[in-house]
Design a protein around this ligand. Structure first.
Ligand code: ATP
Length: 297
């Protein structure tokens, strides 16, 4: 068989016109350092996608390029079919942004803030309905600065969605929330998904990514290490289970690919319950920390 006379360049998959977000070879540098170093990614319409990564990995830089706030140095990007570097008013109206620090310090009441924000859009949501959606109806007449931290974040989300965005960016949305507020917030995000909103979320909370995200992407040193559904990340779906129990007063541990059979056999050694029995698979945090550790080592 004859060999080709020229070596062809690696095939570059074209941008996906059906995706909410399509990225090919994204590069953004500060000085001589690439903060984002060749990221390829497609985010489907209607999906919740979580971008995970350690501090300084390049998450915010990537998201800011997608929002049209930062110019890229290389690569192709389309957000809702438009290059964010040239996105005009109509494109911006389709995008909602919930930043890390919001507008909670305002002198205006929650309802006034939402009405003011809604006035920028051609087809906004009803501000009172939005307050209800985020659970702030009782705070309609309260000034932003009188709200608790969790209530402010809800107000931030309300401001991000009042324009009826098709795509919502959420940057670490539940930082500082108590556990109950976080769960309420998650159900808000799910109801937005039910309304058809695509969401790109950055978070340092792995349980949040597991709860909310259809898929997660891990970014480290500006490169996308893996994209997967949370249950499959880092080979998690096929990882052995760890069975632990107590026998003769000693804590025992075994790794097994067939935990059901293992536990069945174990049960025959005890007259009743197997003491302190637990079966665990690697958590999202376990595989994430391993991936990040491997990348940094
Ligand atoms: P975190 O989880 O801490 O928010 P991140 O993943 O969002 O981190 P980025 O904010 O995107 O990370 O930063 C990526 C890299 O780019 C970091 O090394 C950061 O120091 C650098 N960087 C970000 N913004 C600038 C800037 N305006 N000028 C110079 N360097 C920057």
């Amino acid at each position: 068989m004859s060999r080709p006379s020229t070596v062809s360049a690696p095939a570059v998959t074209p941008l996906d016109p059906d995706a909410a977000i399509s990225i090919r070879g994204l590069v953004k540098s500060y000085g001589d350092r690439n903060a984002v170093d060749g990221v390829d990614l497609d985010i489907r319409r209607g999906e919740i996608f979580a971008l995970l990564g350690p501090n300084g990995a390049g998450k915010t830089t990537t998201v800011e390029v997608l929002e049209g706030y930062r110019r890229r140095d290389g690569g192709d990007v389309q957000v809702l079919g438009v290059d964010p570097a040239t996105g005009g008013r109509r494109w911006k109206a389709d995008i909602g942004i919930v930043l890390q620090s919001g507008a909670g310090d305002s002198q205006l009441t929650c309802l006034e803030l939402l009405r003011a924000q809604a006035s920028y859009y051609a087809d906004p949501r009803d501000p009172a309905e939005v307050l209800e959606l985020v659970g702030l109806t009782e705070k309609a007449g309260a000034r932003g600065r009188s709200l608790s931290g969790g209530q402010r974040r809800r107000l931030d989300v309300a401001l991000g969605i009042v324009g009826r965005p098709r795509l919502l960016f959420l940057d670490e949305p539940t930082t500082g929330f108590d556990p109950e507020a976080r769960r309420q917030f998650w159900s808000l995000i799910r109801s937005l998904r039910d309304l058809g909103t695509t969401m790109l979320l950055t978070t340092h909370y792995l349980d949040e990514a597991e709860e909310l995200a259809d898929r997660v992407g891990v970014i480290a040193r500006g490169r996308l290490v893996e994209v997967a559904v949370p249950a499959e990340l880092g080979g998690r779906g096929s990882a052995p289970a760890v069975v632990t129990w107590t026998e003769h007063g000693v804590r025992r541990t075994a790794e097994t690919a067939t935990p059901t059979g293992f536990v069945g056999e174990l049960a025959t050694r005890f007259p009743g319950e197997v003491p302190d029995l637990a079966v665990a698979r690697p958590t999202l945090e376990d595989v994430y920390l391993r991936m990040i550790g491997e990348d940094l080592s």
